[in-house]
Design a protein around this ligand. Sequence first.
Ligand code: SF4
Length: 262
Amino acid sequence: MDELKGDCANCFGLCCVALPFAKSADFAATKDTGTPCRNLLADHRCGIHDRLRDKGYPGCTVYDCFGAGQRVSQTVFRGNDWRTGERQKMFAVFPVARQLHELLWYLAEARRLDPHDDLGEAYAEVERHTVADPDHLLAVDVAEIRAKVNVLLLRTSERLRASAKSYRGADLIGARLRNRNLSNADFRGAYLIGADLTNADLSRADMIGADLRGADLSGADLSTCLFLTQPQVNAARGNARTKLPAALTRPSHWHTGTGKRR
Ligand code: SF4
Protein backbone atom coordinates (compact mmCIF):
# COMPACT_ATOMS: atom_id res chain seq x y z
CA MET A 1 0.00 0.00 0.00
CA ASP A 2 3.01 2.31 -0.50
CA GLU A 3 1.12 4.40 -3.06
CA LEU A 4 -1.29 5.19 -0.20
CA LYS A 5 1.44 6.60 2.04
CA GLY A 6 2.79 10.13 1.79
CA ASP A 7 5.91 10.35 -0.41
CA CYS A 8 7.00 13.92 0.29
CA ALA A 9 10.05 13.66 -1.99
CA ASN A 10 7.64 13.50 -4.95
CA CYS A 11 5.23 16.14 -3.70
CA PHE A 12 5.27 19.97 -3.89
CA GLY A 13 4.71 20.34 -0.14
CA LEU A 14 0.97 20.54 -0.79
CA CYS A 15 -0.11 19.90 2.79
CA CYS A 16 2.21 22.73 3.88
CA VAL A 17 0.67 25.19 1.39
CA ALA A 18 -2.87 24.18 0.45
CA LEU A 19 -4.18 23.56 3.97
CA PRO A 20 -4.86 26.31 6.53
CA PHE A 21 -4.08 26.00 10.20
CA ALA A 22 -4.57 28.18 13.25
CA LYS A 23 -2.19 29.06 16.08
CA SER A 24 -2.97 26.46 18.75
CA ALA A 25 -1.50 23.59 20.70
CA ASP A 26 -0.94 21.93 17.30
CA PHE A 27 0.59 24.82 15.31
CA ALA A 28 2.91 27.61 16.45
CA ALA A 29 1.47 30.09 13.93
CA THR A 30 -1.68 30.74 11.90
CA LYS A 31 -1.51 30.09 8.15
CA ASP A 32 -4.13 30.70 5.42
CA THR A 33 -5.16 28.32 2.62
CA GLY A 34 -2.74 28.58 -0.30
CA THR A 35 -0.03 30.38 1.72
CA PRO A 36 3.23 28.44 2.11
CA CYS A 37 4.18 27.65 5.70
CA ARG A 38 7.08 29.79 6.90
CA ASN A 39 9.09 26.63 7.48
CA LEU A 40 8.68 25.36 3.93
CA LEU A 41 11.95 25.37 1.97
CA ALA A 42 12.43 26.13 -1.76
CA ASP A 43 12.74 22.38 -2.46
CA HIS A 44 9.27 21.84 -0.91
CA ARG A 45 10.69 20.17 2.18
CA CYS A 46 10.11 21.20 5.77
CA GLY A 47 13.01 23.05 7.35
CA ILE A 48 12.18 21.82 10.87
CA HIS A 49 10.89 18.31 10.15
CA ASP A 50 13.21 16.67 12.69
CA ARG A 51 12.03 18.93 15.53
CA LEU A 52 8.41 19.70 14.72
CA ARG A 53 7.14 19.03 18.23
CA ASP A 54 9.94 21.03 19.83
CA LYS A 55 9.10 23.91 17.49
CA GLY A 56 5.39 23.85 18.34
CA TYR A 57 4.06 21.96 15.30
CA PRO A 58 2.84 18.61 16.69
CA GLY A 59 -0.11 18.93 14.33
CA CYS A 60 2.26 18.27 11.45
CA THR A 61 3.38 14.98 12.99
CA VAL A 62 -0.19 13.70 13.02
CA TYR A 63 -1.15 14.54 9.44
CA ASP A 64 -0.86 12.02 6.61
CA CYS A 65 -2.09 12.50 3.01
CA PHE A 66 -2.51 8.78 2.21
CA GLY A 67 -0.43 9.37 -0.91
CA ALA A 68 -2.62 12.14 -2.33
CA GLY A 69 0.29 14.63 -2.32
CA GLN A 70 2.51 12.80 -4.82
CA ARG A 71 -0.50 11.74 -6.89
CA VAL A 72 -1.75 15.31 -7.31
CA SER A 73 1.76 16.66 -7.90
CA GLN A 74 3.04 14.06 -10.36
CA THR A 75 -0.07 12.53 -11.98
CA VAL A 76 -2.95 15.03 -11.86
CA PHE A 77 -0.74 18.10 -12.49
CA ARG A 78 1.90 16.16 -14.41
CA GLY A 79 4.82 17.36 -12.32
CA ASN A 80 3.98 21.06 -12.75
CA ASP A 81 4.82 22.92 -9.55
CA TRP A 82 2.24 25.31 -7.93
CA ARG A 83 4.88 28.08 -8.03
CA THR A 84 4.65 28.16 -11.83
CA GLY A 85 1.36 26.38 -12.50
CA GLU A 86 -2.34 26.41 -11.60
CA ARG A 87 -1.86 27.04 -7.88
CA GLN A 88 -5.50 27.75 -6.93
CA LYS A 89 -6.78 24.70 -8.80
CA MET A 90 -4.05 22.49 -7.30
CA PHE A 91 -4.90 23.70 -3.78
CA ALA A 92 -8.60 22.99 -4.39
CA VAL A 93 -7.92 19.52 -5.82
CA PHE A 94 -5.60 18.35 -3.02
CA PRO A 95 -8.20 18.07 -0.19
CA VAL A 96 -10.56 16.19 -2.54
CA ALA A 97 -7.82 13.77 -3.55
CA ARG A 98 -6.88 13.27 0.08
CA GLN A 99 -10.39 12.14 0.98
CA LEU A 100 -10.45 9.72 -1.96
CA HIS A 101 -7.05 8.32 -1.01
CA GLU A 102 -8.27 7.72 2.54
CA LEU A 103 -11.15 5.69 1.08
CA LEU A 104 -8.63 3.75 -1.02
CA TRP A 105 -6.73 2.94 2.19
CA TYR A 106 -9.85 1.44 3.79
CA LEU A 107 -10.86 -0.44 0.62
CA ALA A 108 -7.36 -1.86 0.25
CA GLU A 109 -7.50 -3.15 3.82
CA ALA A 110 -11.02 -4.56 3.40
CA ARG A 111 -9.95 -6.28 0.20
CA ARG A 112 -6.92 -7.78 1.96
CA LEU A 113 -8.91 -9.04 4.95
CA ASP A 114 -12.15 -10.09 3.23
CA PRO A 115 -11.57 -10.57 -0.54
CA HIS A 116 -14.71 -9.77 -2.55
CA ASP A 117 -15.02 -8.74 -6.19
CA ASP A 118 -17.09 -5.67 -5.34
CA LEU A 119 -14.30 -4.38 -3.10
CA GLY A 120 -11.87 -4.61 -6.01
CA GLU A 121 -14.37 -2.89 -8.29
CA ALA A 122 -14.96 -0.13 -5.74
CA TYR A 123 -11.20 0.34 -5.36
CA ALA A 124 -10.75 0.63 -9.15
CA GLU A 125 -13.63 3.09 -9.42
CA VAL A 126 -12.28 5.39 -6.70
CA GLU A 127 -8.76 5.14 -8.09
CA ARG A 128 -10.00 6.20 -11.54
CA HIS A 129 -11.10 9.49 -9.99
CA THR A 130 -7.70 10.05 -8.33
CA VAL A 131 -5.80 9.91 -11.64
CA ALA A 132 -8.32 12.04 -13.57
CA ASP A 133 -7.82 15.67 -14.65
CA PRO A 134 -8.25 18.52 -12.13
CA ASP A 135 -11.68 19.60 -13.39
CA HIS A 136 -13.00 16.05 -13.04
CA LEU A 137 -11.66 15.82 -9.48
CA LEU A 138 -13.27 19.14 -8.55
CA ALA A 139 -16.61 17.84 -9.81
CA VAL A 140 -16.46 14.52 -7.93
CA ASP A 141 -19.24 13.96 -5.34
CA VAL A 142 -17.06 12.67 -2.49
CA ALA A 143 -19.98 12.28 -0.08
CA GLU A 144 -21.78 9.99 -2.53
CA ILE A 145 -18.66 7.88 -3.09
CA ARG A 146 -18.02 7.72 0.67
CA ALA A 147 -21.58 6.51 1.32
CA LYS A 148 -21.22 3.72 -1.27
CA VAL A 149 -17.82 2.65 0.09
CA ASN A 150 -19.07 2.75 3.67
CA VAL A 151 -21.68 0.08 2.93
CA LEU A 152 -18.90 -2.27 1.82
CA LEU A 153 -16.66 -1.42 4.78
CA LEU A 154 -19.49 -2.02 7.23
CA ARG A 155 -20.16 -5.40 5.65
CA THR A 156 -16.48 -6.34 5.99
CA SER A 157 -16.48 -5.16 9.60
CA GLU A 158 -19.55 -7.21 10.51
CA ARG A 159 -18.20 -10.29 8.72
CA LEU A 160 -14.83 -10.14 10.51
CA ARG A 161 -15.90 -9.22 14.04
CA ALA A 162 -17.19 -12.08 16.22
CA SER A 163 -19.30 -9.86 18.46
CA ALA A 164 -21.63 -6.91 18.11
CA LYS A 165 -20.27 -5.01 21.12
CA SER A 166 -20.77 -1.38 20.00
CA TYR A 167 -19.23 1.89 21.16
CA ARG A 168 -20.11 3.59 17.89
CA GLY A 169 -19.87 7.37 18.29
CA ALA A 170 -19.57 6.89 22.04
CA ASP A 171 -18.13 9.57 24.32
CA LEU A 172 -15.21 7.71 25.90
CA ILE A 173 -13.14 10.84 26.50
CA GLY A 174 -10.68 10.08 29.30
CA ALA A 175 -12.25 6.66 29.84
CA ARG A 176 -10.28 4.13 31.92
CA LEU A 177 -10.14 1.07 29.66
CA ARG A 178 -6.84 -0.25 30.93
CA ASN A 179 -6.28 -4.03 30.61
CA ARG A 180 -9.78 -4.42 29.09
CA ASN A 181 -10.70 -7.10 26.52
CA LEU A 182 -12.20 -4.88 23.80
CA SER A 183 -11.69 -7.38 21.02
CA ASN A 184 -14.22 -7.34 18.14
CA ALA A 185 -15.81 -4.15 19.45
CA ASP A 186 -17.17 -1.42 17.18
CA PHE A 187 -15.44 1.92 17.90
CA ARG A 188 -16.58 3.63 14.71
CA GLY A 189 -16.47 7.38 15.29
CA ALA A 190 -15.95 6.91 19.03
CA TYR A 191 -14.34 9.72 21.03
CA LEU A 192 -11.38 8.08 22.79
CA ILE A 193 -9.55 11.36 23.38
CA GLY A 194 -7.17 10.95 26.32
CA ALA A 195 -8.58 7.48 27.06
CA ASP A 196 -6.39 5.01 28.96
CA LEU A 197 -6.15 1.90 26.78
CA THR A 198 -2.96 0.61 28.39
CA ASN A 199 -2.56 -3.14 27.73
CA ALA A 200 -6.05 -3.28 26.22
CA ASP A 201 -6.85 -6.01 23.69
CA LEU A 202 -8.32 -4.38 20.55
CA SER A 203 -8.04 -7.43 18.32
CA ARG A 204 -10.46 -7.17 15.36
CA ALA A 205 -11.95 -3.99 16.83
CA ASP A 206 -13.30 -1.61 14.17
CA MET A 207 -11.46 1.70 14.64
CA ILE A 208 -12.71 3.64 11.62
CA GLY A 209 -12.98 7.33 12.49
CA ALA A 210 -12.22 6.78 16.19
CA ASP A 211 -10.61 9.88 17.73
CA LEU A 212 -7.48 8.71 19.53
CA ARG A 213 -5.94 12.09 20.27
CA GLY A 214 -3.79 11.72 23.37
CA ALA A 215 -5.14 8.22 24.04
CA ASP A 216 -2.62 5.99 25.84
CA LEU A 217 -2.03 2.85 23.78
CA SER A 218 1.00 1.67 25.77
CA GLY A 219 1.20 -2.13 25.63
CA ALA A 220 -2.15 -2.30 23.81
CA ASP A 221 -2.70 -4.89 21.07
CA LEU A 222 -4.00 -3.24 17.90
CA SER A 223 -2.16 -5.60 15.56
CA THR A 224 -5.36 -7.02 14.02
CA CYS A 225 -7.78 -4.16 14.58
CA LEU A 226 -9.70 -2.95 11.52
CA PHE A 227 -9.30 0.27 9.55
CA LEU A 228 -6.79 1.95 11.89
CA THR A 229 -4.83 4.70 10.13
CA GLN A 230 -1.43 6.34 10.55
CA PRO A 231 -2.91 9.74 11.57
CA GLN A 232 -4.90 8.04 14.36
CA VAL A 233 -1.74 6.34 15.63
CA ASN A 234 0.31 9.54 15.29
CA ALA A 235 -2.24 11.43 17.42
CA ALA A 236 -2.11 8.86 20.22
CA ARG A 237 0.57 7.95 22.77
CA GLY A 238 2.24 4.57 22.95
CA ASN A 239 5.44 2.68 23.54
CA ALA A 240 7.63 -0.15 22.29
CA ARG A 241 5.14 -2.75 23.63
CA THR A 242 2.22 -1.34 21.64
CA LYS A 243 1.34 -3.84 18.89
CA LEU A 244 0.40 -2.10 15.63
CA PRO A 245 -0.92 -3.43 12.30
CA ALA A 246 1.96 -4.31 9.94
CA ALA A 247 1.03 -1.53 7.47
CA LEU A 248 1.48 1.21 10.08
CA THR A 249 4.64 2.82 11.45
CA ARG A 250 5.42 3.36 15.14
CA PRO A 251 5.58 7.17 15.57
CA SER A 252 9.09 8.38 16.45
CA HIS A 253 7.72 10.66 19.15
CA TRP A 254 6.52 7.62 21.05
CA HIS A 255 10.18 6.99 21.72
CA THR A 256 12.20 10.15 21.37
CA GLY A 257 9.71 12.99 21.96
CA THR A 258 10.51 14.57 18.55
CA GLY A 259 8.02 14.53 15.67
CA LYS A 260 8.77 13.62 12.06
CA ARG A 261 6.61 14.61 9.15
CA ARG A 262 8.98 14.81 6.20
S1 SF4 B 1 5.61 20.11 7.98
FE1 SF4 B 1 6.97 21.87 8.23
S2 SF4 B 1 6.67 23.14 6.41
FE2 SF4 B 1 4.93 21.70 6.55
S3 SF4 B 1 3.33 22.83 7.62
FE3 SF4 B 1 4.48 21.64 9.14
S4 SF4 B 1 6.07 23.06 9.90
FE4 SF4 B 1 5.27 23.89 7.98
